[in-house]
Design a protein around this ligand. Sequence first.
Ligand code: PD2
Ligand code: ZN
Length: 299
Amino acid sequence: MAARRALHCGVMSQTITPELRAWIVQQAQAGCTPESVLQAMLQAGWQESVALDAMETVLESHLQSVAAQTTAAGAAAARVVARPCIDLSGAPRAIDLGDRVVTVHVSLACPRLAVLGNLLSAEECDALIQAARPRLKRSRTVQTRTGAEELNADRTSDGMFFRRGETPLIQRIEARLSRLVHWPVENGEGLQVLRYRPGAEYKPHYDYFDPHAAGTARLCERGGQRVATIVMYLNEPVRGGGTVFPDVGLEVMPQRGHAVFFAYDRPEPATRTLHGGAPVLEGEKWVATKWLREGEFTA
Ligand code: PD2
Ligand code: ZN
Protein backbone atom coordinates (compact mmCIF):
# COMPACT_ATOMS: atom_id res chain seq x y z
CA MET A 1 0.00 0.00 0.00
CA ALA A 2 2.81 2.38 1.03
CA ALA A 3 4.69 1.38 -2.12
CA ARG A 4 1.65 2.15 -4.24
CA ARG A 5 1.29 5.58 -2.56
CA ALA A 6 4.99 6.31 -3.21
CA LEU A 7 4.58 5.52 -6.90
CA HIS A 8 1.29 7.36 -7.24
CA CYS A 9 1.43 10.35 -9.50
CA GLY A 10 -0.99 13.22 -8.96
CA VAL A 11 -2.36 14.40 -12.29
CA MET A 12 -1.10 17.92 -11.66
CA SER A 13 2.20 17.19 -9.92
CA GLN A 14 4.99 15.37 -11.73
CA THR A 15 7.62 16.09 -9.09
CA ILE A 16 10.05 13.66 -7.48
CA THR A 17 8.82 13.19 -3.91
CA PRO A 18 11.07 11.66 -1.20
CA GLU A 19 8.75 8.62 -1.25
CA LEU A 20 9.21 8.16 -4.99
CA ARG A 21 12.97 8.62 -4.59
CA ALA A 22 13.03 5.87 -1.94
CA TRP A 23 10.85 3.61 -4.09
CA ILE A 24 13.18 3.90 -7.11
CA VAL A 25 16.23 3.10 -4.97
CA GLN A 26 14.38 0.13 -3.45
CA GLN A 27 13.58 -1.24 -6.93
CA ALA A 28 17.22 -0.92 -7.98
CA GLN A 29 18.37 -2.67 -4.82
CA ALA A 30 15.92 -5.50 -5.46
CA GLY A 31 17.61 -5.93 -8.84
CA CYS A 32 14.65 -4.72 -10.97
CA THR A 33 15.62 -3.70 -14.48
CA PRO A 34 15.38 -0.01 -15.44
CA GLU A 35 12.76 -1.08 -18.02
CA SER A 36 10.47 -2.63 -15.40
CA VAL A 37 10.84 0.40 -13.09
CA LEU A 38 10.00 2.67 -16.02
CA GLN A 39 7.01 0.49 -16.95
CA ALA A 40 5.63 0.69 -13.41
CA MET A 41 6.01 4.48 -13.40
CA LEU A 42 4.32 4.86 -16.78
CA GLN A 43 1.45 2.69 -15.62
CA ALA A 44 1.12 4.88 -12.52
CA GLY A 45 0.63 7.89 -14.79
CA TRP A 46 4.12 9.40 -14.99
CA GLN A 47 5.14 11.08 -18.23
CA GLU A 48 7.97 9.14 -19.85
CA SER A 49 10.38 12.08 -19.91
CA VAL A 50 9.73 12.88 -16.23
CA ALA A 51 10.03 9.22 -15.24
CA LEU A 52 13.34 8.79 -17.08
CA ASP A 53 14.64 12.01 -15.57
CA ALA A 54 13.58 10.90 -12.08
CA MET A 55 15.27 7.52 -12.46
CA GLU A 56 18.46 9.08 -13.76
CA THR A 57 18.78 11.70 -11.04
CA VAL A 58 17.80 9.41 -8.20
CA LEU A 59 19.98 6.50 -9.25
CA GLU A 60 22.94 8.70 -10.08
CA SER A 61 22.93 10.41 -6.71
CA HIS A 62 22.21 7.13 -4.96
CA LEU A 63 25.11 5.40 -6.71
CA GLN A 64 27.42 8.28 -5.81
CA SER A 65 26.42 8.07 -2.17
CA VAL A 66 27.07 4.34 -1.97
CA ALA A 67 30.12 4.24 -4.22
CA ALA A 68 32.46 4.84 -1.30
CA GLN A 69 31.12 1.90 0.67
CA THR A 70 31.29 -1.46 -1.06
CA THR A 71 28.07 -2.55 0.53
CA ALA A 72 25.51 -5.06 -0.71
CA ALA A 73 23.21 -2.14 -1.49
CA GLY A 74 25.91 -0.51 -3.62
CA ALA A 75 26.46 -3.72 -5.55
CA ALA A 76 22.74 -4.12 -6.16
CA ALA A 77 22.34 -0.54 -7.34
CA ALA A 78 25.34 -0.95 -9.63
CA ARG A 79 23.48 -3.74 -11.40
CA VAL A 80 21.26 -1.17 -13.12
CA VAL A 81 22.75 -1.74 -16.56
CA ALA A 82 21.38 -2.13 -20.08
CA ARG A 83 19.78 -5.48 -20.86
CA PRO A 84 17.93 -6.96 -23.86
CA CYS A 85 14.37 -5.68 -23.74
CA ILE A 86 11.33 -5.44 -25.96
CA ASP A 87 9.82 -1.97 -26.12
CA LEU A 88 6.40 -2.57 -24.60
CA SER A 89 5.85 1.00 -23.45
CA GLY A 90 2.35 2.09 -24.35
CA ALA A 91 1.18 -1.55 -24.32
CA PRO A 92 1.42 -2.09 -28.11
CA ARG A 93 -0.53 -4.94 -29.69
CA ALA A 94 2.02 -5.15 -32.49
CA ILE A 95 5.64 -4.12 -33.06
CA ASP A 96 6.94 -3.24 -36.53
CA LEU A 97 10.43 -4.68 -36.98
CA GLY A 98 10.87 -3.39 -40.51
CA ASP A 99 10.67 -6.69 -42.34
CA ARG A 100 7.87 -8.12 -40.13
CA VAL A 101 5.18 -6.95 -37.75
CA VAL A 102 5.13 -9.13 -34.62
CA THR A 103 2.09 -9.34 -32.39
CA VAL A 104 2.24 -9.13 -28.61
CA HIS A 105 0.16 -11.78 -26.82
CA VAL A 106 1.45 -11.85 -23.24
CA SER A 107 3.66 -9.51 -21.27
CA LEU A 108 4.88 -10.22 -17.73
CA ALA A 109 7.04 -7.99 -15.52
CA CYS A 110 8.54 -10.67 -13.25
CA PRO A 111 9.79 -12.78 -14.88
CA ARG A 112 10.43 -10.21 -17.61
CA LEU A 113 8.71 -12.20 -20.35
CA ALA A 114 6.74 -11.70 -23.55
CA VAL A 115 4.94 -14.09 -25.87
CA LEU A 116 4.99 -12.90 -29.48
CA GLY A 117 3.29 -14.00 -32.68
CA ASN A 118 4.43 -13.81 -36.29
CA LEU A 119 8.14 -13.54 -35.45
CA LEU A 120 8.96 -16.12 -38.15
CA SER A 121 7.06 -16.90 -41.34
CA ALA A 122 5.90 -20.45 -42.08
CA GLU A 123 8.53 -20.61 -44.86
CA GLU A 124 11.29 -19.56 -42.45
CA CYS A 125 10.20 -22.22 -39.93
CA ASP A 126 10.21 -24.93 -42.59
CA ALA A 127 13.57 -23.79 -43.97
CA LEU A 128 15.15 -23.92 -40.49
CA ILE A 129 13.79 -27.43 -39.93
CA GLN A 130 15.05 -28.64 -43.31
CA ALA A 131 18.52 -27.15 -42.82
CA ALA A 132 18.79 -28.50 -39.27
CA ARG A 133 17.39 -32.02 -39.77
CA PRO A 134 20.49 -33.70 -41.27
CA ARG A 135 22.74 -32.20 -38.58
CA LEU A 136 20.73 -33.24 -35.49
CA LYS A 137 22.50 -35.06 -32.66
CA ARG A 138 21.30 -36.04 -29.20
CA SER A 139 21.28 -32.75 -27.23
CA ARG A 140 24.08 -32.05 -24.83
CA THR A 141 24.00 -29.54 -22.00
CA VAL A 142 26.81 -27.49 -20.62
CA GLN A 143 28.04 -28.93 -17.34
CA THR A 144 28.62 -25.86 -15.17
CA ARG A 145 30.83 -27.86 -12.80
CA THR A 146 33.53 -28.14 -15.45
CA GLY A 147 32.29 -26.11 -18.42
CA ALA A 148 32.29 -29.24 -20.60
CA GLU A 149 29.29 -30.57 -22.54
CA GLU A 150 27.55 -33.78 -21.52
CA LEU A 151 24.57 -35.96 -22.38
CA ASN A 152 21.86 -35.20 -19.88
CA ALA A 153 18.86 -37.32 -18.88
CA ASP A 154 16.96 -34.09 -18.15
CA ARG A 155 17.11 -33.13 -21.80
CA THR A 156 16.00 -35.80 -24.24
CA SER A 157 15.72 -33.75 -27.41
CA ASP A 158 18.00 -33.82 -30.49
CA GLY A 159 19.73 -30.59 -31.44
CA MET A 160 22.26 -28.71 -33.53
CA PHE A 161 23.77 -25.23 -33.68
CA PHE A 162 24.04 -22.94 -36.65
CA ARG A 163 27.06 -20.66 -36.65
CA ARG A 164 26.13 -17.02 -36.23
CA GLY A 165 25.44 -15.55 -39.69
CA GLU A 166 25.91 -18.99 -41.27
CA THR A 167 23.36 -18.50 -44.10
CA PRO A 168 21.36 -15.54 -45.46
CA LEU A 169 18.27 -16.95 -43.66
CA ILE A 170 20.11 -17.10 -40.33
CA GLN A 171 21.47 -13.58 -40.88
CA ARG A 172 17.99 -12.23 -41.58
CA ILE A 173 16.52 -13.86 -38.46
CA GLU A 174 19.41 -12.75 -36.25
CA ALA A 175 19.11 -9.16 -37.48
CA ARG A 176 15.35 -9.23 -36.76
CA LEU A 177 15.89 -10.59 -33.25
CA SER A 178 18.49 -7.91 -32.62
CA ARG A 179 15.98 -5.18 -33.59
CA LEU A 180 13.30 -6.82 -31.44
CA VAL A 181 15.30 -6.88 -28.22
CA HIS A 182 17.63 -3.93 -28.87
CA TRP A 183 20.70 -6.09 -28.41
CA PRO A 184 23.70 -6.49 -30.77
CA VAL A 185 23.76 -9.49 -33.10
CA GLU A 186 27.35 -10.04 -31.89
CA ASN A 187 26.12 -10.75 -28.35
CA GLY A 188 24.08 -13.74 -29.51
CA GLU A 189 25.17 -17.36 -29.44
CA GLY A 190 24.62 -19.34 -32.64
CA LEU A 191 20.99 -20.30 -33.20
CA GLN A 192 20.18 -23.72 -31.75
CA VAL A 193 17.47 -25.94 -33.28
CA LEU A 194 15.90 -28.67 -31.14
CA ARG A 195 13.60 -31.53 -32.07
CA TYR A 196 11.55 -33.28 -29.39
CA ARG A 197 10.00 -36.64 -30.29
CA PRO A 198 7.10 -38.09 -28.28
CA GLY A 199 8.22 -38.45 -24.66
CA ALA A 200 11.13 -36.02 -25.07
CA GLU A 201 11.36 -33.09 -22.70
CA TYR A 202 13.70 -30.51 -21.20
CA LYS A 203 13.32 -30.52 -17.42
CA PRO A 204 13.08 -27.13 -15.66
CA HIS A 205 16.38 -25.25 -15.51
CA TYR A 206 17.84 -21.75 -15.66
CA ASP A 207 19.55 -20.68 -18.86
CA TYR A 208 22.14 -18.52 -17.04
CA PHE A 209 25.29 -20.22 -15.79
CA ASP A 210 25.34 -21.00 -12.06
CA PRO A 211 27.66 -18.34 -10.60
CA HIS A 212 28.79 -20.75 -7.88
CA ALA A 213 29.79 -23.56 -10.27
CA ALA A 214 33.46 -24.09 -11.02
CA GLY A 215 33.01 -24.22 -14.81
CA THR A 216 31.17 -20.90 -15.06
CA ALA A 217 34.26 -18.70 -15.30
CA ARG A 218 35.37 -20.65 -18.38
CA LEU A 219 31.90 -20.48 -19.95
CA CYS A 220 31.78 -16.72 -19.38
CA GLU A 221 35.09 -16.12 -21.16
CA ARG A 222 33.14 -15.98 -24.44
CA GLY A 223 30.83 -13.00 -23.91
CA GLY A 224 30.03 -13.10 -20.19
CA GLN A 225 26.80 -14.37 -18.67
CA ARG A 226 23.66 -15.23 -20.57
CA VAL A 227 21.10 -12.48 -19.99
CA ALA A 228 18.08 -13.43 -22.11
CA THR A 229 16.53 -16.25 -24.15
CA ILE A 230 14.25 -16.31 -27.19
CA VAL A 231 12.57 -19.67 -27.89
CA MET A 232 10.92 -19.71 -31.34
CA TYR A 233 8.39 -22.40 -32.23
CA LEU A 234 8.90 -23.93 -35.67
CA ASN A 235 5.91 -26.29 -35.64
CA GLU A 236 3.07 -27.52 -33.46
CA PRO A 237 3.06 -30.86 -31.64
CA VAL A 238 -0.40 -32.44 -31.42
CA ARG A 239 -0.35 -32.57 -27.60
CA GLY A 240 2.10 -31.52 -24.90
CA GLY A 241 5.44 -29.77 -25.40
CA GLY A 242 4.58 -26.40 -23.86
CA THR A 243 7.32 -24.20 -22.42
CA VAL A 244 6.58 -24.04 -18.70
CA PHE A 245 7.56 -21.42 -16.10
CA PRO A 246 6.84 -23.22 -12.80
CA ASP A 247 7.46 -20.17 -10.57
CA VAL A 248 4.53 -18.35 -12.13
CA GLY A 249 2.39 -21.29 -13.30
CA LEU A 250 2.67 -20.27 -16.95
CA GLU A 251 2.71 -22.66 -19.92
CA VAL A 252 3.30 -21.29 -23.43
CA MET A 253 1.85 -23.62 -26.05
CA PRO A 254 3.97 -23.98 -29.21
CA GLN A 255 2.51 -22.26 -32.23
CA ARG A 256 4.43 -22.07 -35.49
CA GLY A 257 6.17 -18.69 -35.90
CA HIS A 258 5.45 -17.64 -32.30
CA ALA A 259 8.14 -17.08 -29.68
CA VAL A 260 8.65 -16.56 -25.98
CA PHE A 261 11.26 -14.04 -24.84
CA PHE A 262 12.48 -13.85 -21.25
CA ALA A 263 15.32 -11.90 -19.66
CA TYR A 264 17.31 -12.37 -16.47
CA ASP A 265 19.30 -9.34 -15.47
CA ARG A 266 21.20 -11.33 -12.83
CA PRO A 267 21.96 -15.05 -12.50
CA GLU A 268 19.56 -15.61 -9.63
CA PRO A 269 16.38 -17.64 -9.06
CA ALA A 270 14.71 -14.38 -7.93
CA THR A 271 14.40 -13.57 -11.64
CA ARG A 272 11.74 -16.33 -11.69
CA THR A 273 13.07 -17.61 -15.00
CA LEU A 274 13.03 -21.29 -14.09
CA HIS A 275 11.58 -22.90 -17.22
CA GLY A 276 11.38 -26.21 -19.02
CA GLY A 277 10.02 -27.97 -22.08
CA ALA A 278 7.11 -30.19 -21.00
CA PRO A 279 7.11 -33.73 -22.44
CA VAL A 280 5.73 -34.00 -25.95
CA LEU A 281 2.74 -36.36 -25.72
CA GLU A 282 1.91 -36.70 -29.40
CA GLY A 283 3.60 -35.48 -32.56
CA GLU A 284 6.96 -33.71 -32.74
CA LYS A 285 8.07 -30.34 -31.46
CA TRP A 286 10.71 -28.19 -33.17
CA VAL A 287 12.10 -24.99 -31.69
CA ALA A 288 14.95 -22.57 -32.40
CA THR A 289 16.59 -20.99 -29.36
CA LYS A 290 18.68 -17.83 -29.28
CA TRP A 291 20.65 -17.19 -26.09
CA LEU A 292 21.95 -13.67 -25.57
CA ARG A 293 25.13 -12.81 -23.68
CA GLU A 294 26.16 -9.66 -21.82
CA GLY A 295 28.99 -8.98 -24.27
CA GLU A 296 30.23 -10.13 -27.65
CA PHE A 297 30.02 -13.90 -28.00
CA THR A 298 33.07 -15.29 -29.75
CA ALA A 299 32.70 -18.67 -31.39
O1 PD2 B 1 11.80 -26.14 -26.08
C1 PD2 B 1 11.48 -25.53 -25.07
O2 PD2 B 1 10.30 -25.29 -24.78
C2 PD2 B 1 12.56 -25.10 -24.17
C3 PD2 B 1 12.34 -25.14 -22.82
C4 PD2 B 1 13.36 -24.76 -21.98
C5 PD2 B 1 13.78 -24.67 -24.64
C6 PD2 B 1 14.73 -24.29 -23.74
N1 PD2 B 1 14.54 -24.30 -22.43
C7 PD2 B 1 16.06 -23.79 -24.15
O3 PD2 B 1 16.39 -23.96 -25.34
O4 PD2 B 1 16.78 -23.20 -23.31
ZN1 ZN C 1 16.16 -23.17 -21.36
